[in-house]
Design a protein around this ligand. Structure first.
Ligand SMILES: [Zn+2]
Length: 392
């Protein structure tokens, strides 16, 4: 069985550091000793690790534990959740005799920050377009055209810049070099919204790693593991995942189980506590996490023999989960989880087009207006489908 004190000391022994705040380790390793000795940061840096080496992740672990059924909580509380800055830009769950550990690489968080900022820009462009462009006028006049060009530039250009920096990221194994375009938040967007997106992304990634432990992928200590695996299996049946699963290897199936488990945990489904805000947070956390992972590891498509399924497989299954948990939620003027998913589909399609067209001249760069009108079609289709579904 895992024991928190053992989990924590195992992590620190492995990384050969005293039990201290992650930020202190980071500043020290980066030779920023003036920050370590600055009185301004003294209180923050002297924070004592308990379940995590980082104050923010300790909160993430607590929130996830609160979302789980009561009988899982004692086990979750004994797992140490760490921010790490060495190794692959990824996240992992590991288990030793009495130590359960989750590690989240800081490079992945940096990628999540970049994608959260890109999504804010894309989302704002959609709203501007919806409000300011009159599509009933067949011959768009010059001013409308100028607005569209500007929107297209602000929505798509940062995505192109992000795409072009992938190679540097992959080579240097870090994502610290940020183009000014990527660091800039749209003016209307509050910092708070952006932080919510980053936190939701980290919550999904940590929830995914918790699920590796809880489903029994890392060890067979957890008494309820067979039950968790069965619950995840039932949802995989509900979304007709058999065909997809039959094409995956054992390790890839474990990844899919943890993805679905993470989505169920975040949306409150595991503890029969589904709510609209939780579903929204699960939608944006899962989408931004899958995009960030695919980007830093370049796993958008075709990794048949890899340990993880490619982005398209993981995205498709989560998209089906989003529909499955929210089809009965009424449409309202404030939106619907599937509407939110459609916005991510547009965003992801722009990213994928940028990825495909990078360095290969014959494929078109993403065009914002095409993506926007495609999203309007998807919305209309969904409204019809939703009506039919809720009729019978
Ligand atoms: Zn995994």
């Amino acid at each position: 069985m895992w024991n928190l004190a053992h989990s924590r000391s195992r992590f620190y022994v492995d990384c050969m550091r005293p039990e201290e705040n992650f930020w202190k380790t980071l500043f020290t390793e980066a030779d920023k000793l003036h920050l370590v000795s600055d009185a301004k940061y003294a209180e923050f840096l002297s924070w004592k690790p308990r379940q995590s080496n980082c104050p923010e992740l300790e909160q993430v672990a607590k929130r996830l534990t609160d979302l789980a059924p009561i009988e899982w909580r004692a086990t979750m509380k004994n797992i140490f959740v760490a921010r790490a800055f060495k190794g692959d830009v990824n996240a992992e769950a590991s288990s030793f005799r009495s130590a359960g550990i989750i590690e989240l690489n800081y490079g992945l968080t940096t990628a999540a920050m970049i994608y959260s900022s890109l999504f804010c820009q894309f989302y704002d462009s959609i709203w501007t377009t919806a409000k300011e462009v009159d599509f009933t006028n067949e011959n768009l006049d010059d001013i409308t055209q100028m607005i569209l060009d500007e929107i297209s530039r602000s929505a798509v250009e940062p995505i192109l810049v992000a795409e072009q920096s992938t190679r540097t990221w992959a080579k240097e194994r870090n994502v610290y070099v940020i183009h000014p375009l990527l660091a800039e938040l749209p003016s209307r967007r509050k910092d708070e919204d952006y932080h919510k997106l980053v936190t939701a992304t980290e919550m999904f990634v940590v929830a995914h790693e918790f699920c590796h432990h809880l489903i029994g992928h890392t060890a067979d200590y957890f008494r309820h593991a067979p039950k968790v695996k069965t619950m995840v299996g039932e949802w995989l049946t509900r979304i007709d995942a058999e065909d997809t699963l039959s094409g995956l290897n054992k390790s890839q199936i474990a990844e899919v189980e943890s993805d679905v488990g993470a989505f169920l945990l975040l949306s409150g489904a595991f503890s029969n506590n589904i709510s609209l805000p939780r579903i929204y947070s699960a939608v944006c956390g899962s989408m931004l996490a899958l995009v960030s992972l695919a980007h830093v590891n370049d796993t958008w498509t075709s990794t048949a023999e890899g340990s993880h399924p490619d982005f398209l497989v993981r995205y498709d299954l989560i998209a089906r989960m989003i529909r499955e948990v929210s089809m009965e939620i009424p449409l309202s003027k404030d939106g619907h989880p599937v509407g939110f998913l459609i916005q991510f589909r547009g965003f992801i399609s722009a990213i994928l087009q940028a990825w495909i067209s990078n360095g290969k001249g014959e494929i078109q760069m993403p065009n914002f207006l095409d993506i926007f009108s495609w999203m309007i079609d998807l919305e209309a289709e969904f409204k019809e489908e939703h009506q039919l579904y809720n009729q019978d």
